[in-house]
Ligand binder design. Structure first.
Ligand code: ADP
Ligand code: MG
Length: 370
């Protein structure tokens, strides 16, 4: 990997970071004013920032080995630098002038796996700017500005979960968040449990378009029900008036909110929490229709292991990762076993794509070449 930053990065400056997150329950609820339950993951995005050597902004991502340049005004850069430029634009939208800067980005949060590398990048950039420019911003404001950067400038109609998790959560606790009021509670994990996160390796090709489609379906369902947001519905019977597809979408949101609240009630153990995760996956697969076969298979494999309480896709779906809850001290062994089996089956499947399809006339000799 060539680090071509010496041209614009004199060195020094300050270095900060922000974590990715895994969401345990409350999927596709945050843009409906609902409840979520993420945990920060140990993987983080690091940003080093120093004054620019000229009048432009420069950014380099070592993950992509890609440089980008942009100005404070004028066109936004394409690609990943848009998240960075978006953060700077949001500060300017709030009357904060940002002088030209050079930045280096490096992350071990997997990109596009539903573990929120985009929010980790935004929060790390905003933390760097807060420190460098001595801005009077608290962690909730950082999350709000980061979300605004993603909506206004990256074009994703995201809720605030990812940015709140990256800005406020830690790796040892669940962050219960009411995305309407931003009321939050830092809660212990269910007793004697551990988490497993496995990436399916399936790229989320349709993620943004389908995500924005689900967003629009939820808004339409709320409009037809005469409520500000689907969060305002708690009884699934109220959804009977909706057309079939919108009814399914709304049912996911209503039941998912109930699952988050059930999960944070007193005395919920690993087994009870795991059941809620399994039910969440079924709802995402059948009602919200954001799962794909690889995620269903991975969850089944995880659930088949002794010591696993439950498993579900995590993040927006259409690919990305699964999360499972298991008995303490079992995570490493289970993750190794499941990853091996999953990769083995996937390789066979990929090989199957390359083999000729079984032919009805298989007993006839086939010419090798025409
Ligand atoms: P997720 O947030 O679940 O990882 P997203 O599609 O929301 O998936 O965000 C992924 C995008 O964020 C990447 O395609 C890239 O544009 C940007 N990104 C995140 N981290 C980095 C990084 N370290 N370097 C460059 N771009 C990054
Ligand atoms: Mg993201």
């Amino acid at each position: 990997m060539s680090d071509d930053t010496s041209r614009f990065f004199a060195g020094g400056g300050i270095q900060v970071s922000a974590p990715g997150r895994v969401n345990l329950l409350g999927e596709h609820t945050d843009y409906n004013d609902g409840f979520v339950l993420p945990v920060a993951i140990p993987q983080r995005t690091h940003v080093q920032v120093a004054p620019s050597i000229d009048s432009r902004f420069h950014v380099y991502s070592s993950n992509l080995d890609e440089n980008a340049e942009f100005d404070a005004d004028g066109d936004l850069p394409d690609g990943y630098a848009r998240y960075v430029a978006g953060c700077i634009r949001v500060l300017r939208d709030h009357g904060i002038d940002v002088p030209p800067l050079s930045m280096k980005v490096h992350s071990d949060v997997p990109m596009g796996s539903g573990l929120s590398s985009s929010a980790a990048l935004e929060v790390a950039v905003l933390r760097a700017l807060r420190q460098m420019l001595r801005l009077d911003l608290d962690d909730v404001q950082i999350a709000q500005y980061a979300q605004a950067a993603e909506i206004r400038y990256a074009g994703v109609q995201c809720g605030i979960m990812d940015q709140m998790a990256s800005s406020l959560a830690d790796t040892g606790h669940m962050l219960f968040l009411d995305t309407r009021t931003l009321e939050r509670r830092v809660l212990p994990m269910p007793k004697d449990t551990e988490l497993i996160v496995i990436d399916s390796g399936v790229a989320r090709t349709l993620a943004t378009s389908k995500y924005n489609e689900r967003f629009a379906e939820c808004r339409e369902a709320a409009r037809l029900l005469g409520v500000p947001m689907l969060r305002d519905v708690t009884d699934v019977a109220a959804l009977d008036v909706l057309p079939a597809t919108l009814q399914k979408r709304a049912r996911h949101v209503v039941t998912e909110n109930a699952r988050v609240l059930a999960a944070i009630a007193d005395g919920v153990d690993g087994a009870a929490f795991g059941k809620l995760m399994n039910a969440s996956h079924a709802s995402l697969r059948d009602d919200y229709e954001v799962s794909v076969p690889a995620l269903d298979t991975l969850c089944d494999m995880l659930r088949a292991e002794a010591g696993v309480y439950g498993a579900r896709l995590t993040g927006a779906g259409f690919g990305g990762a699964c999360v499972a809850l298991c008995a303490k001290s079992r995570a490493a062994a289970i993750a190794t076993a499941v990853t091996q089996r999953y990769n083995h089956d996937r390789l066979l499947q990929l090989a199957g794509v390359l083999l000729p399809a079984p032919d009805a006339d298989a007993d006839q000799p086939q010419p090798l070449f025409d």
